[in-house]
Design a protein around this ligand. Structure first.
Ligand SMILES: CC(=O)N[C@H](C=O)[C@@H](O)[C@H](O)[C@H](O)COP(=O)(O)O
Length: 408
């Protein structure tokens, strides 16, 4: 009789040198329905995909009823206080296995995990208690090596570009893929950001064991949005032009080539001109090779709000810090306020320190903020911030200061 690890091997071998289709949809989309996911999975298998990758037990169950091909199952769950979200705990792995998945995908990044579990202990439990092979989704080479040592049956580049450690990278992670292939002896699947058949071919040429493609094949919502945005920039350009021509010019003249130009002063609530000029400048920045990865839409989408409130027992807001962590590893503090009855008790300091701690967890290396001469420059300086610029007479009679602090 075959042991479970022999049958796991046979199962993994069914994926070799071929295409796996990820059939997932955003929770708020009408596509996020078991019947729709099952139809997508069936269509993928009918066209020759060797396996599918699915989120949630309900979807795994619906697809299992229809297809025999290997299912890589996962369950995305946000656990408060933790960033790992792909099957973060054993309970989700168990539910996914019971729903009929053949391989369980887990987050195997080096980030903190709930339940005092480690990647190694989770893999061991999935192997021994559920009898299923594990696909370890990673972001870095270190995580890949650790996952392989922990007994992962497959390692995937899935989380490259999606974690603080890799937020400046844009999938597909071909470089990571090749590093993983030379460093570890476990099948490596290239997953994430494969946007065309040519890219899938490229991943195979780099030595991937198999390729998982999601959005480019089944991501109706994201694809429509991307097409729409691209078209919209053009449409806005047309609108901008029409409206510029219709506006009263504040200056006009003749160019050397005898074409007329005009400058139109806009006073409008409409944000489309602002967005248009912004998008054009971003296009320029993306075209500068040395900074291109920092300006891609995917990189900029990694900017995350960071908001901390100080509340009393009745949940009344006594203070707060509002900011964000930028995609370029900076903590940006926009506002800090503490109710006047509660000042000078260390709450402001705590808000800043908590924000810095969280920002460091997200990989930030600097913090920046602005303050006015009538506000709290001394307070920030005591916390290690240094003035790097100032605007005098802004507002009249006052000065605005910009301060910076290294977070290391
Ligand atoms: C990062 C993350 O949460 N990835 C998820 C993992 O299951 C899915 O949302 C992706 O669609 C899947 O990895 C396939 O990638 P792409 O859709 O780029 O082909």
């Amino acid at each position: 009789m075959l042991s479970w690890s022999d049958s796991a091997l046979t199962l993994v071998q069914r994926l070799q040198k071929d295409l796996i289709v990820s059939c997932q949809a955003p929770a708020e989309s009408p596509m996020h329905h078991p019947a729709v996911i099952a139809a997508m999975a069936q269509a993928a298998i009918n066209q020759g995909a060797v396996g599918v990758r699915l989120d949630t037990p309900t979807h795994v169950q619906a697809v299992r009823r229809q297809i025999d091909a290997p299912i890589i199952g996962l369950w995305k769950q946000q656990i408060p206080g933790f960033d790992v979200y792909i099957t973060p705990q054993f309970v989700q792995a168990q539910a996914i296995a019971q729903a009929g998945a053949d391989i369980i995908a887990i987050d195997a990044t080096l980030r903190d995990r709930p339940d005092g579990e480690t990647v190694a202990s989770l893999i061991a439990r999935i192997h021994h208690e559920l009898g299923k092979p594990v696909m370890a989704d990673v972001d870095t080479l270190e995580a890949a090596i650790a996952a392989a040592q922990a007994g992962a049956d497959i390692v995937g580049t899935t989380l490259y570009g999606y974690t603080a450690a890799t937020q400046h990278q844009t999938p597909p992670g071909f470089e990571l893929l090749t590093q993983m292939i030379s460093a570890i002896d476990v099948p490596i699947i290239c997953e994430g950001g494969i946007a065309s058949p040519q890219m899938a071919r490229q991943a195979m040429d780099f030595g991937a064991y198999a390729v998982v493609v999601g959005t480019a094949i089944t991501g109706v919502d994201l694809q429509v949005k991307a097409y729409k945005t691209a078209i919209q920039i053009g449409v806005n350009a047309g609108q901008v032009l029409a409206e510029v021509l219709a506006k009263k010019a504040v200056a006009e003249g003749d160019r050397a080539d005898s074409l007329r130009y005009r400058f139109a002063l806009f006073e409008t609530e409409d944000q489309s001109y602002r967005r248009y000029i912004n998008a054009k400048l971003d296009q320029f920045s993306e075209s500068c090779a040395e900074v291109e990865p920092f300006f891609t839409a995917a990189a900029r989408q990694t900017q995350k709000p960071l908001e901390i409130l100080l509340l009393d027992e009745q949940q009344t807001i006594l203070g707060g810090l509002i900011g964000s962590t930028s995609c370029w590893n900076w903590l940006l503090i926009d506002f800090l306020w503490v109710h006047e009855a509660h000042r000078y008790q260390g709450y402001g300091r705590q808000l800043i320190e908590l924000a810095e701690q969280e920002a460091k967890k997200r990989g930030c290396v600097f913090a920046r903020l602005g303050t006015f001469s009538f506000q709290a420059r001394g307070f920030y300086e005591k916390l290690g911030y240094q003035v790097v610029a100032q605007w005098d007479d802004y507002p009249p009679g006052q000065t605005q200061y910009w301060l910076k602090k290294p977070l290391s």
